[in-house]
Design a protein around this ligand. Structure first.
Ligand SMILES: [Zn+2]
Length: 400
């Protein structure tokens, strides 16, 4: 049985690491994230798990011996000024699910591992899904040299945590895994709107991240007539509106420009350069969305006489989760009395890395009021306990 009191107590205890009031700032590969891992490791080793950390600072706690394992977990880092549930709830519920199975002396034929992935958010180094990408051999080359704002590289951050600074060494063989399960708060309002505590993820959207640099010509804002300008910001503005128009015109697509910087940045100078971010996501035909937006950027640049340089930072395809595991999760949620709907995830998740590496993967969403990546995010302990019980039921079915 899931112990709601224990789950609530541990949720509160974990939130104190990097926490202040309702907010949690526990950045990936930081000392706080390490303390959170240590705490989770302590709980699991007390239950008889073999606990280890890999070269990318992921935590694994294994119950049982040889054979293909069921891997279950989520991440322990947060965004700056985030909440206590995004990521952490998936680890807490995995721990609780395993504890309940151990307490009930359930005989599992397969080994089960709880995982806490390092640096999922990428808030510090700009590399999202870091730990899971390392584990499944999907890190971009040279990623260990990426630096945070203070000039600390990923390799140096890993060394400060006692690792050797080579995250690629975390790679493990996906054939060691029979399945991967992840519970996560829903980062949108659909479950709350439907009055349902749990959902099952069908697909995770494709995600494209890029930095676009527009170069025009800086000129005197008084002396340069309007017809003689190559205004980088005016061009960028037209591109931002094109992103909005294109994404609106396509099904299941979103496009966001969340950052923009202007140089030289003075009120009496025509902007010579503008640099903006691109975040493009779609549940289907993601490539088509990316292509249409990039074509739009190029055509605005040529009509305005500026140049556009596009640096692709990340591109993850649409990930469909395993139909058989979805069936298992359907039964598991039904057995706790929930008719869980299937939902597309608009956010990226660690689950993409095992899924794209051929591991049968499934995800449960838990209702969150107040969204996510904010101190307002909230999952009730009753909903979390239902999720943990469903997770335990799914592990039981898959491992025995
Ligand atoms: Zn998350």
């Amino acid at each position: 049985m899931i112990d709601q009191k224990r789950l609530l107590r541990r949720t509160t205890e974990l939130a104190q690491i990097g926490g202040s009031g309702a907010a949690v700032s526990r950045l990936g590969l930081s000392a706080d994230e390490q303390r959170a891992r240590d705490l989770v490791g302590t709980w699991l080793s007390a239950k008889g798990a073999q606990v280890r950390r890999d070269a990318a600072a992921n935590l694994f706690a294994r119950f049982g011996g040889e054979g293909e394992a069921i891997l279950v977990g989520s991440h322990l880092d947060s965004v700056p000024e985030g909440g206590r549930f995004d990521g952490a709830l998936g680890v807490l519920c995995a721990v609780e699910a395993l504890e309940s199975l151990v307490d009930a002396e359930v005989r599992l034929r397969r080994p089960v591992e709880v995982v806490a992935w390092a640096d999922e958010e990428g808030a510090r180094f700009g590399v999202g899904l870091f730990g899971s990408a390392a584990s499944f051999g999907r890190l971009a080359p040279g990623v260990a040299d990426r630096r945070d704002r203070d000039g600390v590289s990923i390799a140096e951050a890993l060394r400060a945590l006692g690792e050797r600074g080579d995250p690629a060494a975390a790679r493990r063989d996906p054939a060691e895994l029979a399945a991967y399960l992840e519970l996560h708060i829903e980062q949108g309002p659909r479950l709350d709107g439907a009055g349902l505590p749990l959902g099952i993820v069908s697909d995770i959207v494709g995600i494209y991240h890029a930095r676009v640099t527009i170069r025009g010509r800086a000129d005197h804002a008084g002396a340069t007539v309007m017809t003689a300008r190559a205004d980088a910001l005016a061009a960028a503005s037209e591109m931002v509106l094109a992103v909005e128009r294109i994404a609106r015109g396509r099904a299941d697509s979103v496009g966001t420009v969340g950052e923009i910087a202007v140089r030289p940045g003075a009120k009496n100078v025509v902007p010579g350069e503008a640099v903006f971010s691109l975040d493009l996501r779609a549940a289907r035909d993601h490539d088509g969305l990316v292509r249409e937006v990039l074509d739009g950027v190029t055509s605005v640049a040529s009509s305005r006489g500026v140049t556009a340089t596009i640096d692709e930072l990340a591109r993850v395809p649409v990930t469909s989760l395993d139909p058989k595991i979805r069936e298992v999760l359907k039964r598991a949620t039904k057995s706790v009395g929930v008719e869980a709907p299937e939902l597309v995830s608009g956010a990226g998740h660690d689950a993409q890395n095992p899924a794209l590496s051929g591991v049968r993967t499934g995800m449960i969403f838990v209702r969150s009021t107040g969204g996510s990546h904010t101190p307002r995010e909230f999952a009730s302990v009753e909903d979390a306990a239902l999720g943990a019980q469903a997770l335990a039921n799914a592990i039981r079915e898959l491992a025995s």
